[in-house]
Design a protein around this ligand. Structure first.
Ligand code: SF4
Length: 324
């Protein structure tokens, strides 16, 4: 199932890397002679399997955040709901690859649902007619079960998620990833090499401490050749639902995400205001867009979604394989 044997040490450099079999972590690994011979560097058959499986998926989007606690999963769920709600003919799938902290089943209101397996693969769980979800959360016996897996096992799970879920025709597949740049990100970007990633959307909050980690995320995308669709600033301001006055929750000492995006030449997609009712909706698995439709957060999200759709079209037009 995994490209790296399960006996590989935790700090395995990856069987496809130049250092395979030669890194200090390889000392004593049972696969060392195989890896150092270069035999393991052959193209991973999983890449072709993923390409085949996702051939009916038009856009694959990675949701990234440098830091935990910036509301990445909440924003991923809102964007998915928004993309699906704004066009009933549009099919949206969410793949929760936050293996150690899967939160999409809860925020999308399908906690405790079961995934079913058929001859054509795993069937995702449907939230709406045109919105489906696959998450490791569905495979755990209890939401409080801890997933304590090393890199190779996570790698195998992500390969299975990407190659064995029967999504059908999808316009957008949204991948909710864990914070930072870890095993999950490397596995997803490696397996999606053949299928192609439309782009990454980076979520942050305004303080400098979060923005510093976003810079690393942008650097990661550039190193692995993933286009960056833009940066979204979450919890930027609080808009009082009664008087409509605004207050800064996390003051941006250095100009916030907009200034950083300008400096790093990536698009700033917008600032999502904090709405105290949003956290409650997520905890209860309710659809914030229909529960509080007049919230300034909803109008901002609609604008961001519209721009993401445009950006995906632009990426397609710029794709060198577009003429095929
Ligand atoms: S020998 Fe191969 S499998 Fe073992 S740690 Fe090194 S690269 Fe990983």
């Amino acid at each position: 199932m995994a490209d790296v044997p399960s006996e590989a040490p935790e700090h395995c450099p990856g069987t496809q890397s130049e250092n395979a079999g030669k890194a200090s972590a390889c000392a004593g690994c049972p696969n060392q002679s195989l890896c150092s011979s270069g035999a393991a560097r052959q193209p991973d058959p999983g890449i072709a399997l993923v390409k085949e499986r996702l051939s009916l998926v038009q856009n694959k989007l990675l949701i990234l955040s440098g830091k935990g606690g910036v509301g990445k999963s909440t924003v991923a769920s809102l964007l998915s709901r928004c993309l699906a709600a704004n066009n009933p003919d549009r099919n949206v799938g969410v793949l929760d690859i936050d293996i150690c902290g899967p939160s999409q089943p809860r925020v999308l209101g399908v906690l405790g649902e079961q995934v079913h397996q058929s001859g054509s693969g795993w069937s995702p769980v449907y939230i709406e007619d045109n919105l489906s979800l696959m998450s490791i959360g569905f495979l755990l016996s209890s939401p409080s079960d801890a997933v304590i897996w090393r890199g190779p096992k996570k790698n195998g799970m992500i390969r299975q998620f990407l190659s064995e879920v029967d999504w059908g025709n999808l316009d957008y597949l949204i991948l909710d990833t864990p914070p930072g740049t870890s095993d999950e990100h490397l596995s997803a970007t490696s397996y999606l090499k053949g299928a192609g990633i439309t782009g990454a959307i980076i979520i942050t909050t305004p303080p400098q401490v979060a923005l510093l980690d976003v810079r690393k995320e942008i650097d990661f995308c550039r190193k692995v050749n993933v286009p960056i669709l833009g940066v979204i600033e979450n919890m930027s301001i609080f808009v009082c639902p009664k008087c409509k006055n605004t207050a800064e929750i996390f003051p941006a000492s250095t100009g916030g995400a907009r200034a950083m995006s300008n400096e790093l030449n990536v698009e700033f997609l917008g600032s999502i205001p904090l709405d105290p009712l949003l956290a409650r909706c997520c905890d209860e698995g309710k659809n914030f867009l229909t529960e509080i439709p007049n919230s300034p957060t909803v109008s901002t999200l609609n604008g961001i979604c519209k721009r993401i759709v445009q950006k995906c079209e632009e990426e397609k037009e710029n794709c060198p394989n577009n003429s095929q």
